[in-house]
Ligand binder design. Structure first.
Ligand code: B12
Ligand code: SF4
Length: 538
């Protein structure tokens, strides 16, 4: 059977990274079937386009996965596929919670022939088998022989054949520059950010998050060996095509079990499997100096930290009281001292937020080590405790907000400001944090560092800006480059100076205890010559 796995775009930004579920299900597909992958973020497609693709390639089954944010597009694409007579199976966090919606059992139209609930590692082969025999069931739930919900242990993780997967659509290097960049250093003809998971599950149960409900509060890990082998495979592929591979460890909290994370990072270093990587780690776990040392030494470059708010009352409201705003600055300094920087994520529109929350937050951000702040609005995702609380309180203004997705728009009324005021706060956050002045300040704050770090933070900021300000067309890029011409000119001019790319590799503030061999190992993690990598944004 010929199968297409499709992930819809979100209509606003390009994705910087492919979705793991596609590669995972491809690897879990029983032999004898051909699986094609299309990520709408990298290969934009509309309804007519997918129908044509399905017909041209004689596809017999289409699998579509989507988050809530992309579900309306996912349904439209599913409808177009089903109109060609080809069955559609849908999976992922949204349809797991809203299976009746996908199956048309809630009074709306039917979009999917079948829905895979939860983690589909075990049900996928069964779905294919049923599709082959034209016996697709409506719902596939991961249950054991006794009908109890069962979750994959991850101890027997499939080998994703990165050495042979077609990754053309995910190269972040522009085609025109490929030939030239291939010759630089060990080669920059391709640059790909690859999702790798080392574990699943998070016990913290933050009120707005689907993860604890979806993956469960028991955490499961792959073996160190299996993760290390995957990294080695990626490294070998990058080398063979004179390009670069960086990794996004997509675990919800990569250091949820610090002992395990340290042992994994040590094994990565011992096996020479270091690649540049990014991961999500909550601030409370970054108090551990040894962990941060290992992060830097194993290639960690950016850590995504869900700070959410600088107001402890807000954090308590959403069951995230373990975040301590008072320690954010120290955590970021601890990372920056090893030339590891943070993507700091904030949510506005929380119950204790008032007008001025953006300025108050930015005021703090400006005093911290440079990073990539991002701002969103509190969003009631289906089946989360937040959704249920707001529904009960009659505060949902758009209870089915996903049916008509509007980026950066609230679906409930905040308590201490209006919806419009909350929108204005998010706008202010992005506009100020990514203004040419703020970009220049971030670059200048690294003046004591080799040029690579300044180029890195500038490129990353340019790309992250695109999460809020659409940067899909060439003109948008021309405009933003013109606005930041002074910083660009300065960086280019410095690039020609002798020794600009070298220098003191790590900034150890006097407040921090120096670690053994810190400078040298951080330089190695950055590529041996202090050069760092930018991770373009979604
Ligand atoms: C990596 C990640 C991202 C990446 C992008 C995604 C990517 N390229 O990988 C980044 C960082 C950019 C991102 C951004 C956002 N994310 Co995100 N992200 C994740 C994260 C951490 C990992 C995803 C992953 O790969 N998981 C591992 C795979 C194996 O699990 P899976 O995708 O669920 O797939 C399994 C099953 O769902 C199922 N399945 C999935 N699809 C399909 C399809 C078929 C056909 C079948 C049969 C089965 C199936 O089988 C898979 C194997 O078991 C998840 C949390 C999580 N742990 O999943 C959040 C998560 C998916 N993100 C979430 C959210 C809310 C967002 C944002 C909207 C946040 C924001 N406010 O801006 C943005 C939107 C991005 C966009 N494109 O518009 C929510 C989604 C909840 C929901 N109901 O939609 C999650 C669950 C986290 C959360 N806090 O609740 N995200
Ligand atoms: S720590 Fe992160 S993944 Fe875990 S429940 Fe909270 S927001 Fe979700």
């Amino acid at each position: 059977m010929k199968i297409l796995l499709y992930n819809p775009d979100n209509g606003v930004t390009r994705n910087f990274m492919p979705h793991l579920w596609m590669f995972l299900l491809q690897a879990l597909t029983p032999p004898g079937h051909e699986v094609l992958l299309v990520d709408g973020n990298a290969q934009p497609m509309d309804e007519a386009g997918i129908a044509q693709f399905v017909r041209d390639n004689n596809i017999e089954l289409v699998g579509i996965g989507a988050m809530t944010r992309m579900i309306a597009k996912a349904y439209r694409m599913a409808d177009a596929v089903r109109a060609t007579g080809v069955p559609v199976v849908m999976g992922g966090p949204h349809v797991t919670e809203m299976a009746d919606e996908a199956l048309g059992r809630d009074g709306g139209p039917r979009h999917a022939d079948a829905v895979a609930l939860g983690e589909a590692d075990a049900t996928w082969p069964q779905i294919i088998n049923d599709a082959v025999h034209h016996q697709l069931k409506d719902v596939y739930a991961p249950v054991d022989a006794f009908g109890q919900e069962s979750k994959p242990s991850l101890k027997e993780y499939p080998v994703i054949p990165w050495q042979s997967i077609d990754l053309k659509q995910f190269n972040l290097v522009p085609k025109a520059a490929k030939a030239m960049l291939q010759k630089i250093g060990e080669g920059w003809g391709t640059f790909r950010l690859i999702p790798v998971e080392s574990g699943r599950g998070c016990p913290y149960g933050c009120e707005f998050c689907t993860v604890t409900g979806f993956f469960g509060d028991s955490i499961r890990f792959r073996t160190n060996e299996s993760v290390v082998n995957e990294l080695l495979l990626l490294k070998a592929r990058a080398r063979s095509e004179k390009g670069q591979m960086a990794v996004f460890f997509i675990d919800d909290n990569f250091a949820i079990n610090i002992k395990r994370t340290k042992s994994l990072l040590r094994d990565i270093i011992a096996a020479g499997a270091q690649v540049h990587w990014v991961a999500q780690i909550s601030a409370n776990l970054l108090r551990d100096e040894e962990l941060v040392d290992l992060i830097a030494d194993s290639g960690g470059k950016w850590i995504f930290i869900g700070m959410e708010s600088i107001d402890p009352a807000n954090l308590k409201d959403v069951n995230k009281g373990f975040n301590k705003p008072g320690e954010y600055a120290a955590v970021l300094e601890r990372l920056a001292a090893r030339n590891v920087y943070a993507i700091t994520s904030f949510i506005f529109g929380m119950d204790n937020d008032t007008v001025g929350v953006a300025e108050r937050t930015l005021g703090q951000v400006r005093t911290w080590a440079p990073g990539l702040p991002i701002f969103g609005l509190l969003t009631p995702l289906p089946a989360t405790p937040l959704y249920k609380r707001l529904e009960k309180a009659g505060r949902l203004t758009r209870p089915k907000h996903w049916q008509e997705f509007i980026p950066f728009a609230m679906a409930h009324t905040p308590l201490k400001m209006t919806i419009e005021e909350a929108h204005a706060e998010v706008n202010r956050g992005w506009a100020e944090a990514y203004s040419p002045e703020a970009m220049a300040a971030a670059v200048e704050s690294l003046n004591d560092q080799p040029l690579g770090y300044r180029v890195n933070i500038f490129l990353a900021r340019l790309c992250f800006r695109g999460i809020y300000f659409p940067m899909l067309g060439k003109m948008a890029w021309v405009k933003v480059i013109a606005q930041n011409r002074r910083t660009i000119f300065k960086l280019v001019r410095e690039g020609f100076k002798a020794g600009a790319w070298r220098g003191a590799p790590a900034r150890i503030p006097a407040t921090l205890v120096p670690r053994s061999g810190a400078g040298e190992s951080a330089a190695q993690a950055a590529g041996g010559d202090g050069r760092a990598i930018a991770f373009p944004a979604d």
